[in-house]
Design a protein around this ligand. Structure first.
Ligand SMILES: [Cu+2]
Length: 180
């Protein structure tokens, strides 16, 4: 009787735990240029490194200050890295890069990051001053489509409470097993 219960509870535990592990999504780990960076070199290439291998390719496009969309001349996906070649170097200005991938878990993911190009073409005779590097802030990452199973904190808490209560029940069953 007791053993059957323990086995049953163990099964429940697996059912609760597995989806929460499977819901670990693929997010953008780092990019070149990085989010918030001011680049003083000509930018001809974007490199995006994700936390997991990218499935089924991906895409990235740039939007300049005027709202014009720039599509890279080629996009190469290899493992966890997406590399976009832009062709001619970007003119100075602010850019937003929008990316879309299908993550390892099959979830469509999208996000964006911003950077500024200041290659020094703006005014003659002005020395480009060293620009303080900003730390990239990981944000914007989000699912393209709402996904039921998400790693949002309320779900984590529900799982945590379920696992905890299961642990308590299992412990209690063991504790009150005086004979057998
Ligand atoms: Cu996902």
């Amino acid at each position: 009787m007791n053993r059957k219960w323990i086995r049953y509870i163990g099964l429940c535990l697996c059912i609760w735990l597995v989806p929460s592990l499977a819901a670990a999504h693929t997010h953008l780990k780092q990019s070149t240029p990085s989010d918030g960076e001011t680049v003083s070199q000509p930018v001809q290439k974007l490199t995006l490194v994700f936390e997991e291998r990218i499935e089924q390719g991906g895409s990235v496009e740039l939007r300049d200050e005027a709202g014009h969309t720039l599509k890279p001349s080629s996009v190469k996906v290899q493992g966890d890295t997406l590399e976009a070649t832009l062709g001619p170097a970007l003119p100075d200005g602010h850019y937003t890069a929008k990316w879309k991938i299908i993550g390892l878990d099959g979830h469509p993911m999208q996000g964006s990051f911003h950077f500024e190009v200041k290659a020094g073409k703006t005014s003659a005779g002005q020395k480009p001053s060293p620009v303080p590097k900003q730390q990239p802030t990981p944000h914007h990452d989000q699912h393209a489509a709402p996904v039921k199973r998400s790693t949002s904190s309320p779900v984590i808490w529900v799982v945590a409470i379920l696992v905890l209560s299961t642990a308590v029940i299992v412990g209690w069953l063991f504790w009150r097993k005086p004979k057998a």
